[in-house]
Design a protein around this ligand. Structure first.
Ligand SMILES: [Zn+2]
Length: 434
């Protein structure tokens, strides 16, 4: 029982007083509830006047330097907020937006706020603790905050009672909204539309689609962006498609639409062609791979290695000669002038040889690396002798990327270019044709 009777003079020896105690407690209860109500009313009055009664300034705003009660637009963050709304309106899910923000290496709100030395949860943020990746919760918060439309929203939550610290989310109808209290970052119309999308719940459904073995390896030949998987659940005939990300998210490129099953077939056919060729004409294939990796061949490698050894030997010899010159000078066989001249000559030669040796070392390392990748690719192809099904493992092992063109009608026929870039050897469409 909560018993506040600070000002009451309760005399426990007085039986009359004791009789009154329960009654007094009830009065106190009323009193506390009344104070709580009065505090709330005061807060509501402040909220009604548009004063920001919460301590936190939402990401996108900062406190005005002239009047800390006022918020002004933090242009850098505001631009990110606008971009997030744009992506959301474009049909991206919260998770996709979070991934996109991380991919673009945009500072997370926490990291951004840190620049202003802002505090959160009562302690200074430590830059090292801040996650680099955007959390989808941040995206949801940004889409939900009506403050971005320029208004102040108070009383989203309220304490259950003056006796309980727990707060509950209030229904939207009870929120106190004071309009036009700060400059809007998102116009009203856009905010309302985003809100409707959120209410309709079309983003709440989480479907996990099989994006196919080639997902992540596909690139647009026009803008260079990745192609993204789009499911087509209503069309049972095929299992989805890929489209240029720049088209999907910004409408800035053409569709580059390609059906997943069509693409899988094309790629599988070509993979089988390459592996079959490698088996049937192994020597020719090895030569082709060597040519593709532009390896300078065994002879050049041996020549470089010989030259490097010779250079190394000459450097050692010069070291010995210089030592002898010092000795001769000490003994007096060599004049100071002659010593300086000879030393200078040998040192120049040393520098020249050192530079040349360094170049040779790089060339040798590159050659060996190329030899290795050629051998590695041949080994990989041998590993997958008879590919009957395209799996993500096979695709990722053999293929670096696939560049997809825009489909065109040529003489009434649908044509679309698909270039497969293999790991280590690149494009082999000219070498392997049939
Ligand atoms: Zn594109």
């Amino acid at each position: 029982m909560r018993f506040i009777a600070v000002y009451d003079n309760v005399d426990s020896t007085n039986t009359a007083d004791n009789d009154f105690t329960p009654f007094r407690n009830i009065i106190n209860e009323w009193y506390c509830r009344d104070i709580s109500k009065k505090v709330k009313a005061g807060m509501r009055a402040r909220a009604n006047s548009g004063e920001h009664i919460t301590g936190n300034v939402p990401y996108g705003y900062k406190r005005s330097e002239d009047d800390p009660k006022k918020w002004v637009v933090d242009e850098e963050a505001a631009e990110v907020v606008r971009e997030i709304y744009k992506l959301y309106m474009g049909g991206m899910t919260f998770k996709q937006i979070a991934e996109e923000m991380s991919r673009r290496k945009i500072d997370t709100p926490a990291k951004h706020m840190m620049q202003f030395g802002l505090y959160r949860y009562g302690r200074r943020l430590n830059l090292d603790e801040l996650p680099e990746l955007w959390h989808l919760g941040s995206i949801i918060m940004i889409i939900d905050r009506y403050e971005y439309a320029g208004h102040t929203v108070s009383y989203r939550r309220e304490k259950v009672s003056y006796k309980n610290k727990k707060s509950i989310q209030l229904p939207e109808s009870e929120w106190i909204i004071t309009r036009d209290t700060q400059e809007a970052i998102i116009d009203e119309e856009t905010w309302q539309t985003a809100h409707r999308i959120r209410e309709s719940g079309r983003h709440r459904k989480v479907n996990v689609y099989d994006k196919g073995p080639l997902n992540g390896l596909l690139y647009c030949d026009t803008c260079g962006n990745k192609l993204y998987f789009k499911p087509t659940p209503r069309l049972k005939s095929h299992s989805g498609c890929y489209m240029c990300g720049y088209h999907l998210h910004y409408n800035l490129c053409s569709t580059h639409y390609i059906r997943r099953d069509d693409l899988d077939t094309v790629v599988l056919t070509h993979l089988r062609k390459v592996t079959a060729f490698a088996q049937k004409h192994e020597d020719e294939f090895v030569k082709m791979v060597e040519r593709k990796t532009r390896r300078s061949g065994e002879d050049a490698l041996r020549k470089n290695e010989k030259e490097l050894a010779e250079g190394q030997a000459r450097l050692n010899e010069i070291d010995r000669i210089i030592n002898r010159l010092y000795e001769d000078k000490v003994v007096g066989d060599l004049s100071a002038e002659r010593f300086a001249k000879m030393l200078d000559g040998f040192e120049t030669e040393q520098t020249k040889i050192r530079t040349h040796c360094e170049q040779l070392r790089i060339a040798i390392a590159e050659d060996k690396e190329k030899t290795d990748s050629a051998e590695r690719f041949i080994k990989l192809v041998r590993q997958f002798t008879d590919i009957t099904e395209l799996t993500p493992e096979i695709a990722a092992t053999l293929i670096e990327k696939i560049i997809v063109g825009q489909a065109e009608k040529v003489d009434g026929q649908q044509r679309q270019e698909v270039r497969i870039i293999y790991n280590f050897i690149g494009d082999v469409s000219e070498e392997i044709t049939e």
